[in-house]
Structure formats: structure tokens, C-alpha cells
Design a binder for this molecule. Structure first.
Ligand code: ADE
Ligand code: ZN
Length: 348
């Protein structure tokens, strides 16, 4: 694809360009945007006790060895969510932050099974999140849509039940995804659930190759028939897979600060984002669980660019990829990409 040839931008000015650049965020878990301050406020509103005495001591607990050690804490944090208004407030807080980071479009993951497991209804969860998306459009002029993620450590039958509960609310969802503990839970476990979701007209994505092997990316593509891969950074171990991803323009929603905090890479300087782009892969930058991993989307951009020495041309490519890989219609994609191009053409 021919892209704008971007004027060089100095290292000093690049962070400002990254901040101002219009972008889409395609991989963030709304429950992972729940900041400790809001968590304490919701606990108080709902008359619940917190396991930590204050915000500072809770933040100190955010040190992880791997995905599972994070998921345990992440799950504990979701216990404060009890009402439709709680889900609205959580999504609202993220959307305010995203709009400030020049996110023009967000595709937001949520996992109903976490909340139905706490006795809440799917309806309450989806209605609260969706109301925040509708308000964000009116107030910030940004678009936002919802992707229901199945929890892969649970059974196929439970995923089916979750999907069927969402059927009356299908107009509030754009797609389904697959999240939670990857190792030992290959995508093919959910082949029939994804086939049903596809038949319902939903778009399909899945986490694969975050910690797990390239084989999980192959089966997400060939068995689940997903359109994007969440993370996918382990694809680099399999040259044939790299060729397939580039050839079919399968986007990877990469989350550099998440990969750093969950020790997928020992440092950001060793992250493979630059190599993925060099291989012609449609990579994007995203925040995953920003309240836990030390940064929202713009911090993911600025820290990764500084660590890898990426340029304004890479920035344009990544933002362009984010719109290209999104589930918005072509006319809207065109409008967003035109705004992106105008920002680069007028930046100095
Ligand atoms: N749920 C929330 N964040 C996740 C991640 N990084 N991988 C898998 N499941 C998740
Ligand atoms: Zn994720």
C-alpha cells in the first residue's frame, strides 16, 4: 500500500506529533482501565471492603511475573463493579482519557463472564458500557464500539451460554474476542462458539501469541477465522506465519507496555514492533490494561518510540494501520485517515 511520505521530525518534536496524531485503539480491556482511585470510590459507593488500605498500597501490588499473575489481580479489581452506573463510570473515565490522547475510534473489550460470575446480568454490563460509548460520540465526537471477550480458561459450554445471553443485545456489540490465560487453552477449544458468533454477524478477534506459540495464531486464523490477532508478537518465531500475516493484511494489535510489564520482552528496547513493521505486518499500538501497565495509548507510543528509535514515518504507518484494521465502515475510515494525513502535513 502506498502511504504518505512523511517529512522528517526531530527527536524532540516526535513526542508532540505522537500526542497530536489521530489514532484508533483496538485492544484495550475496559476492566483493565479501572484506576485505583475509581476502584476505591466504587467500593465505597457499593459498601465493599478493599483488600488494600489505600491507593498507594494497591498500586504497589502491580508487579507481575507473567500473564497469570496479572490476571489474578485484575480479577480481584473487578469485584467493585456492581451496578450499571459502575460500568458506565468506568467506561466514561477511559473514553475521556482516550479522547485526550486523540483516539478518534476505540474498540473496547469487556468480559461478561467475569461479572456474571459475580452474580450480575449481562444486560446490566452491556447497557452501562454502551451508554458511555453513545455519550462519547455526542460529547467528544469519537466513535466507540464493544467487543465481548470469552474467557478461555472457562469451558466451551460457558462461552456458548455467555454468547446466548448477549443475543438480545447484539445491536450494542461489534464483535467477539478471546482473552484470559493463554497457555493450555488453544483457540480451537472455541471453534463452534466463534462459528456461531460469525453466523450472528459479529466480527471476530482473538488473543494469540502473547505468551503462547505461533500454532495458536495459526489456529485463531484457520479454525476460528478471526480477522485480527490480539498481541501476536510470538509470530516472529515462525517465518511462514509472518508471510501469511503480511500477505493477508491480518492486523496485530500490539501492546508494548503490557508486554514489558508481563515480561514477554525483558525491555522495550528488545520489543519486536519495529521488526514486525519491517516485515510488512499491519501492526498497531494499544494499551491493553492501561491502569495496570503504566500507561494509556500515548504513553505506549512515546515510550516505545524512544526505546526503539522509531520515526515519524513509523508513526504515520501505525496510526494508518489502526484505522485500516478497525471495524468501522470504509467511508468513516477514509475520513479518519484524511484527518491523520492532514495532521502530518501541517505539523512543524
Ligand atoms: N485480559 C486482560 N488483559 C489480558 C491480556 N493481556 N491477555 C489476556 N487476557 C487479558
Ligand atoms: Zn489484551
Amino acid at each position: 500500500m502506498t502511504l504518505l511520505k512523511v517529512k522528517p521530525v526531530s527527536a524532540e518534536r516526535l513526542p508532540e506529533l505522537l500526542r497530536r496524531m489521530p489514532k484508533a485503539e483496538l485492544h484495550m480491556h475496559i476492566e483493565g482501565s479501572l484506576e485505583p482511585e475509581l476502584m476505591f470510590a466504587l467500593a465505597q459507593r457499593n459498601g465493599l471492603a478493599m483488600a488494600y488500605p489505600d491507593v498507594a498500597s494497591l498500586r504497589c501490588a502491580y508487579v507481575f511475573d507473567d500473564l497469570q499473575s496479572f490476571l489474578d489481580i485484575y480479577h480481584a479489581g473487578t469485584l467493585v463493579l456492581r451496578t450499571e452506573q459502575d460500568f458506565y463510570d468506568m467506561a466514561r473515565a477511559y473514553l475521556v482519557r482516550a479522547a485526550a490522547d486523540k483516539v478518534l475510534h476505540a474498540e473496547i473489550f469487556f468480559d461478561t463472564q467475569t461479572h456474571t460470575g459475580h452474580g450480575l446480568s449481562s444486560d446490566l454490563v452491556i447497557t452501562g458500557l454502551h451508554r458511555a460509548c453513545v455519550d462519547a460520540r455526542a460529547e467528544f465526537g469519537m466513535s466507540a464500539s464493544l467487543i465481548l471477550c470469552f474467557l478461555r480458561h472457562l469451558s466451551e459450554a460457558e462461552a456458548f451460554e455467555c454468547l446466548e445471553q448477549a443475543v438480545p443485545l447484539l445491536d450494542k456489540l461489534v464483535g467477539v474476542g478471546l482473552a484470559s490465560s493463554e497457555m493450555g487453552h488453544p483457540p480451537e477449544k472455541f471453534a463452534r462458539v466463534f462459528a456461531r458468533a460469525r453466523a450472528l454477524g459479529l466480527r471476530l478477534v482473538a488473543h494469540a501469541g502473547e505468551e503462547g506459540p505461533p500454532a495458536y495464531i495459526w489456529s485463531a486464523l484457520d479454525v476460528l477465522k478471526v480477522e485480527r490477532i490480539d498481541h501476536g508478537v510470538q509470530a516472529i518465531k515462525d517465518p511462514a506465519l509472518m508471510v501469511r500475516l503480511a500477505r493477508d493484511r491480518i492486523a496485530l494489535t500490539v501492546c508494548p507496555l503490557s508486554n514489558l510489564k508481563l515480561r514477554v520482552f525483558p525491555s522495550l528496547a528488545q520489543h519486536n514492533l519495529g521488526r514486525l513493521l519491517d516485515a510488512g505486518i499491519v501492526a498497531t499500538v494499544n494499551s491493553d490494561d492501561p491502569a495496570y501497565f503504566g500507561g494509556y495509548i500515548n504513553q505506549n507510543f512515546s515510550q516505545t518510540f524512544a526505546a526503539l528509535g522509531l520515526t515519524a514515518q513509523h508513526a504515520y504507518q501505525l496510526a494508518h494501520n489502526s484505522f485500516e484494521a478497525s471495524f468501522i465502515d470504509d467511508a468513516q475510515k477514509r475520513r479518519y485517515i484524511d484527518r491523520l494525513t492532514a495532521t502530518f502535513e501541517t505539523f512543524d
